[in-house]
Design a protein around this ligand. Sequence first.
Ligand code: SAM
Ligand code: DTB
Ligand code: SF4
Length: 364
Amino acid sequence: MTQNTISSLTKEQILDIYNQPLIDLLFEASKVHRLHHDPKKVQVSTLLSIKTGGCPEDCGYCPQAARYHTDIEKNDLMSCSQVKAQALRAKASGSSRLCLGAAWRNVKDDADFEQVLEMVKTVNSTGLEVCCTLGMLTESQAKRLADAGLYAYNHNLDSGEEYYKEIISTRGYEDRLKTIENVRTAGVTVCSGGIIGMGESAEDRCSMLATYAAMETPPESIPINALVAVEGTPLEEQQPVTIWEMLRMIATTRLVLPTSVIRLSAGRTGMTEEGQAMCYMAGAGSIFAGDKLLTTPNPDVNKDMELFKILGITPSAPYEKGEQPVVKDEPVILNTHPEEKVKWSRPGHKIERNEAKRIRKNNP
Ligand code: SAM
Ligand code: DTB
Ligand code: SF4
């Protein structure tokens, strides 16, 4: 299968792939995985929350949204030296990429962004691949991150366009697509995926995959997260997805987007080792390792490495799939892009579930 034939798939055609007997879906996905990827290599990233909590957005799944009452430790932006120390730890533990996450709606042309650019340069100098996930981004901000040595930018569509409106009201699907386009234009690789288990239908999951498949260049990396239902968020009562749903989603993603690397992301603490092994067989080619994601727990890295050994998998080295970006020196001038006065949208549609949660919290 080529990327061209794949990109003409409609949501309905993807749904047919998704709904086929699981035994066939897994077999087909495993075959396609081996055509495009080495099944014995898995890329390992470490996540680092460089600015935690206090986010103004209303993403219904997120423990870092200021408006929900979750039990997380909030932190201001980390220093460069703290990030360097964590990068060296991640490298020593076998990760090939460090992903820096900030609880921001969007990047602003301010001193914090200058500090993040320094962090990117510092992590690049350790030889690790650098990824950031900082919210919405303009083209010039993406370019500055590229010049600082950024290898990947994570910005998720999270779900299909229709269901997205049930989960987030403070920013639009169009804004997400625009950010992804800005990252692509800057020459940074795109990491973009979604979450299952938020109450969405199979159609919603397939609608998200159809959006990715229709892109001229689909994301190099597609994280598939199982919702971590955090107490205090509007989605706290969601039942965990079963391993069978996770496998169906990974295998369908594998068949629809054969060249992308699928990241088995949040939700691994609720999976057995056998279940995770099946995810690798179905097409997952990367994970987040380390005992913490951004704010929630993740399996022990030693356990992951034991499973790799059992399966005959080795973690990939940095830059096996692309060149290390060369850091370009640039003068540091704040607010240099007045022509780029971007107005990100605030759609503000009503989400009953978020409203109900807020009312309950205010009147216990
Ligand atoms: N603030 C930035 C943004 O929203 O793009 C970056 C950080 S944000 C936490 C990155 C992604 O983490 C989200 O798009 C979502 O897919 C995922 N995520 C957040 N909370 C989650 C949860 N409870 N369960 C699963 N995935 C989650
Ligand atoms: C992604 O798709 N999943 C990661 C990463 N990109 C940034 C984040 C998962 C966060 C899970 C909830 C938490 O730990 O706060
Ligand atoms: Fe903020 Fe990102 Fe969490 Fe949404 S997902 S509330 S933008 S940190």
